[in-house]
Design a protein around this ligand. Structure first.
Ligand code: NAD
Length: 328
């Protein structure tokens, strides 16, 4: 019999790619989301459009004992969504409800294997003040002090899933994503992340023009290409490792240098103007020691390769959309 999988958040960026991978592996897949993916038709065998905050809807889609359930649905976005404070109540309320509902239904159906997508945003702010030496090792999570409500909700939900392991014998697994990027991700509208925002700004900027970058541009991050993220996700899901593991790249880069990379890839001459804007912690980098030790996993390609693929995809989307030139 075919193995079955449920992907919550299948209309989103990582969920869409995950559905494709599970189909390639031979699973029967049901996707669930508020919406279909805007950028590509789904590969799922069955796709339910609905709201995972609604308990009855969740019960209706978790109607069988799936072999694997991936919970990626969340109210989220890039710095422009998470760090302004304007969306805090929605972020906490919506994502917590989704996790409470999904977990309850999985438990009732006796589903053991559940993957939860946490985020590097749950790491304490005080370890990420020095852009050159951020500490995001898994054991640095406590005492907790995330810099956003998004991070606090992730921390709460991690604990929720792990408590179901302890009390109900489930096998929930947790990955902490560090800035995943690639084609078919959000690239405009305010919920896009830095690599997509840089690619869009550069693609829309005329040769000889200028793009705006939030902050002084010295804040650092690392970015992981989507294919690597999917590989690490399924490995963690099927592993014997119950503790949360980082899924990220250790190739840290300053945001201005990320912008320069996108400019170089475009072949245009563009200057950078740093302007005030939401930026999050000063420095963040993945620490891959634990996942390398437990699962022998580390990213296989440099940032530049993924940025080239992403820039090519976003510039063709910009062209398709016939978007006017912008400089912010
Ligand atoms: P995404 O926004 O593209 O996907 C999330 C999906 O969840 C969206 O399609 C959205 O419609 C869906 N969703 C939201 N509320 C819902 C609801 N009430 N009912 C049903 N569906 C709902 O985000 P993504 O980049 O694919 O991220 C997937 C997961 O990984 C999220 O939990 C996110 O917090 C986590 N994560 C992502 C990153 C990253 O860099 N992309 C980093 C850290 C953590």
């Amino acid at each position: 019999m075919k193995k079955t999988a449920l992907v919550c958040g299948a209309g989103g960026f990582i969920g869409g790619h995950l559905v494709t991978e599970l189909k390639n592996e031979g699973f029967w897949v049901r996707g669930v989301d508020l919406k279909y993916n805007e950028h590509a038709p789904t590969d799922a065998d069955d796709f339910a459009v609905g709201d995972l905050r609604e308990q009855n809807f969740v019960r209706s889609v978790i109607d069988q004992r799936f072999d694997e359930v991936y919970q990626l649905a969340a109210d989220m976005g890039g710095a422009g969504y998470i760090f302004t404070g304007e969306n805090d109540a929605d972020i906490m309320h919506n994502s917590a409800l989704i996790n409470l509902n999904v977990l309850e239904s999985c438990h009732k159906r006796n589903i053991k294997q559940v993957y939860y997508s946490s985020s590097a945003c749950m790491y304490p702010e005080h370890n990420q003040l020095d852009p050159e030496n951020p500490n995001c090792s898994e054991h640095s999570a406590y005492p907790a002090n995330p810099d956003s409500e998004y991070g606090w909700e992730k921390l709460f939900s991690e604990r929720l899933y792990l408590s179901f392991n302890r009390n109900y014998g489930m096998r929930c697994r947790v990955g902490r994503y560090h800035n995943i990027f690639g084609p078919m991700g959000t690239w405009s509208g305010g919920k896009e992340k830095a690599p997509a925002a840089m690619c869009r700004k550069v693609a829309m900027c005329p040769d000889g023009g200028e793009i705006e970058v939030w902050g002084d541009g010295l804040q650092t991050r690392s970015f992981l290409y989507i294919d690597e993220c999917i590989d690490a996700t399924t490995r963690i899901m099927r592993s014997e490792v119950p503790e949360p593991l980082n899924i990220g790249s250790e190739e840290m880069i300053a945001i201005n240098d990320l912008a320069k990379m996108a400019i170089e890839i475009s072949g245009k001459t563009i200057s950078i103007k740093n302007i005030p804007g939401p930026e999050g912690v000063r420095g963040r980098n993945s620490d891959n020691k634990l996942i390398a030790e437990y699962l022998n996993w580390s990213p296989s390609q440099p940032l530049r390769e993924g940025m080239e693929r992403t820039y090519n995809w976003i510039s063709s989307e910009v062209e398709k959309a016939g978007a006017p030139a912008e400089n912010s």
